[in-house]
Every structure is written in C-alpha cells, then in structure tokens.
Design a protein around this ligand. Structure first.
Ligand code: HEC
Ligand code: HEC
Length: 440
C-alpha cells in the first residue's frame, strides 16, 4: 500500500497502527526504509554540524569565542547602558527571546518572563546554528548574495547605510555583529549624546572597550597589535561576537542521528511525524533541508503565511500601515506591496527551547502554532492572543483582516486532508523536532 494512503488512514482514525504487522521489527523496517528513502531524496545527511570547521577553513578559536561570549553579555556595548545582546537573546531560551515581542532599552534589567519595558517589533530568534543561515532576520534583510554565509565574494547585503560595505568581513555573522549596537531601540537609546551615524555609535562602543583595562588585556591576548598598544577596533569586537556564535551549533537532533544510521534514535511516532513532514504534509517544501538550506529546515525564502498580527500597547517602534499597528515584513525591505506580510520560513531546529512562536511570538504553545499554521485562513478569525497565552497587558491584537495578503497567501499544508489531522499526528510532527539539544 502506498504510504500516503496509509498516512491518510492514520490521520482520519487518529491511531498509530499502520498496517497489520507480523512482528514489531518488520513494521519498524518498513518505517525505517520509508524514512531513509525520503531523507536520501532530500539529501539530508544529519552531518551538517560536523562541517563547520571545514567550511570556516580553520579551527574555532576558543579564546576569541570566550571574549565574544563576554561581550555578548555586557551592557557596556549598549550606549543606553541597560541592554546587552543577551538581554534579548537569552541563554535559557537557546539564545532567543523570553518574550513574544522583544523588549530592548528601558527594560527593568530582568531577562525572562518578568522582563518589562517598551517593546520593539518582533521576537528575537534563537541564534543557534546561525552560522549556517545565508539570510538573517525575519524579513531576510541581511543576506549573503552567494547563498553561502561563509562566502563573501558576491557581497553581504544590508539595508542602508551599511549596504554592501560589510562585505570584506569573513562571515555573514561577523558583518551582522556590526548592527545591533547601532539600533536605538535595541541598545543605543535616544539620548542626545548618542552619535547620529552608525559609525559614530561604533566609535563610542570601541572607545568604551579601550577605556577598560580588562578588555584591553583580553583583546591583547588575541590581537598582538592591541598588546603592542594599538586600539581595539570594532572589527575585532565583531569577530569575537561571531566566533562565539560559531560555537552555538546544536544540530544533532534524533533525526540527524537517524540519518547517520542510528535507527533507534527516533521513536516510531517521531518517524511517522517525519514522514508526514517530508511527505504528504509537505512541510519540507518550505522548511527545506537540501542545498543552500544547510539542513536547517528552511528554504530561507519569504512567504505570506497569514500569521496573526499583534502589536504592543507600549512600544518604541512605529509599526506600519495607516493605524501604525501592522508589520509589513518583507515590504519594509523591498517597498513592494506584493511583499506585504511575507516573512522568512522559520528554521525549525531546537524549537522546544522557544517560549513563543512565529515572528511576533503570537503563540506560546507549539501545538497551537502548528494547528494554526495548518489552516491559517480558517483559523485567523478566531485567533485570540489571550487564549494563545500571549501577555495580554502588553500586546493588543489586530483584526483578522490585517493578518494576511489574500492574493498571496500560500497554503501551508498542500494536502488539505491534513486540516482534519487529529492530535496524535500533530504531536508526532512536533516530536520529531522535540529534542532539547543544549548540552549541559
Ligand atoms: C532588543 C533586543 C535585541 C538585542 C539587544 C539584540 N538583538 Fe539580535 N535580534 C533581535 C530581534 C527582534 C531580531 C529579529 C529582528 C527582525 O527580524 O526584524 C534579532 C535578530 C538577530 C540575529 C539574526 C537571527 C536570525 O535568525 O536571522 C542575530 C544573529 C542577532 N540578532 C544577533 C545579535 C547580537 C550579536 C546582538 C548584540 C550585539 C543582538 N542580536 C542584540 C533582538 C535583539
Ligand atoms: C508555504 C511555506 C510553508 C509551509 C509549506 C510550511 N511552513 Fe511552517 N513556516 C513558514 C513561514 C513563512 C513561517 C514563519 C511565519 C512567521 O513567523 O511569520 C513558518 C513557521 C513555522 C513554525 C514556527 C517556528 C518558529 O520559529 O516560531 C513552525 C513550528 C512551522 N512553521 C511548522 C511547519 C510544519 C509542521 C509544516 C507542515 C505541516 C509547515 N510549517 C509548513 C512557511 C511554511
């Protein structure tokens, strides 16, 4: 019997017995063979993590990474003196947000559920495995034109004023590390003392580093010119932060182990979930694993998925649209109204570490997020942020009509029979990615 038919039977009755089995092991073998076949078809090796140093062309410099880790956690980098990278990219959440929509400057100095302060526009994504992402941010506004973050030959594209000027840097993440300190709402603040230009802000950040005996000592250990008396430069800081991010590779999920030949790394339910994902549910058409996706479960393309729009009642970013209460996504970058509400396909690794989901954290339970995603058109009118667990005091909801660009909406589950998926199937889809991979 063809697998799709079996899966449809499975979905409609909501049970997990596929076919009468003569023995457990023969049933497993069918499942294993099916999964091996789809993984091969999608060129999924489960070995992406081990390619890091070869693609970098060198070993990780642990001292540089340690220095980057320190800087990442230091509010000295924030000219408003109250935020660090880690304020939004918090270690307990896979270096992602504890909030639905990020809180930047003017926070209460707390990271976690009790963080308060004016909100920005989007959820801070986890920065795990970012070394393999060829486009960054929810609207892909930072990108390696080559489609390879390790390859700067075609340039690294950023919005103005940086544009292509950061292309001399060795990796897209090194270039990205030049940006957050220049953002008023994230780290720099609005004080009159903050320079007007991004370069001016970076100059003040390195002046602060150079004024610190401790930082001069730490940079001097790695950069001989600093030891000899030369100033610490922003490029050195960017290299350190990126090196720290290079160490955040956590790509050894059960499905990676399975692909490497460890058949027992996944339960049968997880294997069935994976078969849905790669098969009839066709999640993989966007959450891609082959080629330039680097096995990250994203095509790194932009799609209108009809995710509910929520917007903060207390915030310091002016939102889009006539009511200044919408997020236009890709249109912010291209200026093209056809790109309205398009966001980058989320890479799905380590999802279990996220407290909230989608670009604005409009769901707090993964199962709810997937159920919505399976039928955005049908689900949008009844979306309720309070029911979804979003902090209702800080986040107001937009009418459903503002959640999607009708003409462009792309159906998520191409096989519409999945819309009636019963709980075990959704759970199975989820559990294939369930593994919390952060090492001790
Ligand atoms: C105010 C909270 C905040 C601070 C502080 C912050 N970030 Fe972010 N970061 C975000 C948000 C929100 C996004 C996504 C923004 C978007 O897509 O528009 C993001 C995106 C990123 C991404 C891209 C992730 C991806 O999946 O594409 C990287 C890398 C990153 N930040 C690194 C840093 C570094 C390094 C620092 C410190 C120098 C920093 N961030 C400071 C909130 C923050
Ligand atoms: C048409 C392309 C497309 C298809 C098909 C698709 N997705 Fe997505 N998915 C997206 C986009 C785009 C986002 C991010 C949307 C946003 O946040 O605005 C996303 C986000 C998600 C998220 C939230 C991740 C996060 O970081 O919060 C999950 C979970 C998810 N998808 C699972 C699935 C599953 C499971 C399937 C198959 C049933 C699927 N997707 C099919 C495009 C797609």
């Amino acid at each position: 019997m063809k697998l799709t038919i079996v899966l449809l039977a499975l979905i409609s009755v909501g049970v997990v017995v596929l076919t009468p089995r003569t023995s457990a092991s023969s049933g497993d073998r069918v499942l294993n063979d099916q999964l091996i076949a789809v993984l091969n078809q999608h060129e999924f090796t489960g070995r992406i993590g081990s390619t890091l140093e070869q693609r970098l062309g060198r070993k990780i410099d642990n001292r540089l990474a340690d220095l980057g880790r320190l800087a990442f956690h230091d509010s000295l980098l924030g000219l408003n003196d109250d935020n660090s990278c880690s304020g939004c990219h918090a270690a307990p959440n896979g270096f992602g947000d504890s909030q639905s929509i990020a809180i930047g400057i003017e926070n209460n100095n707390i990271v976690g559920p009790d963080r308060t302060g004016p909100r920005n526009q989007r959820r801070a994504p986890m920065i795990l495995n970012n070394v393999f992402f060829h486009s960054l941010m929810w609207n892909s506004r930072f990108a390696a034109v080559s489609g390879d973050p390790f390859d700067n030959t075609a340039g690294f594209q950023f919005p103005a004023p940086e544009s292509f000027t950061l292309s001399f840097l060795p990796h897209l993440l090194t270039a990205q590390a030049f940006i957050p300190v220049t953002e008023s709402v994230e780290m720099a603040g609005f004080s009159a003392a903050v320079p007007d230009t991004h370069d001016g802000i970076r100059d003040v950040v390195v002046q602060r580093l150079n004024a610190s005996t401790e930082y001069r000592k730490l940079f001097g250990r790695i950069f001989s010119e600093v030891k000899a008396g030369a100033p610490i430069t922003y490029e050195m800081l960017g290299r350190a932060i990126a090196e720290f991010e290079f160490t955040l590779v956590f790509a050894d999920a059960p499905i990676d182990k399975f692909a490497r030949g460890l058949k027992n790394a996944m339960t049968d339910d997880e294997k069935r979930g994976a078969l849905l994902f790669f098969g009839s549910a066709n999640c993989v058409s966007c959450h891609a694993v082959s080629g330039k996706s680097n096995e990250m479960f994203s095509d790194f393309q932009m799609h209108v998925a009809g995710i509910p729009q929520i917007n903060p009642s207390v915030g310091n970013v002016v939102f889009d649209g006539p009511g200044a209460n919408e997020d236009f996504g890709l249109e912010q970058v291209t200026g093209n109204p056809n790109d309205r509400y398009a966001f980058r396909t989320s890479p799905l690794r380590n999802l279990a570490l996220q407290p909230t989901f989608f670009h604005n954290g409009c769901f707090t339970r993964l199962e709810d997020a997937v159920r919505y995603h399976l039928n955005a058109i049908g689900s949008a009118p009844s979306y309720n942020p309070v029911v979804a667990g979003v902090d209702a005091d800080n986040v107001e909801q937009l009418p459903a009509s503002a959640t999607m660009n009708d003409g462009e909406l792309q159906p998520v589950a191409l096989d519409t029979s999945l819309l009636s998926a019963q709980r075990p199937d959704v759970v199975a889809v989820r559990s294939g990615f369930r593994r919390v991979e952060l090492a001790t």
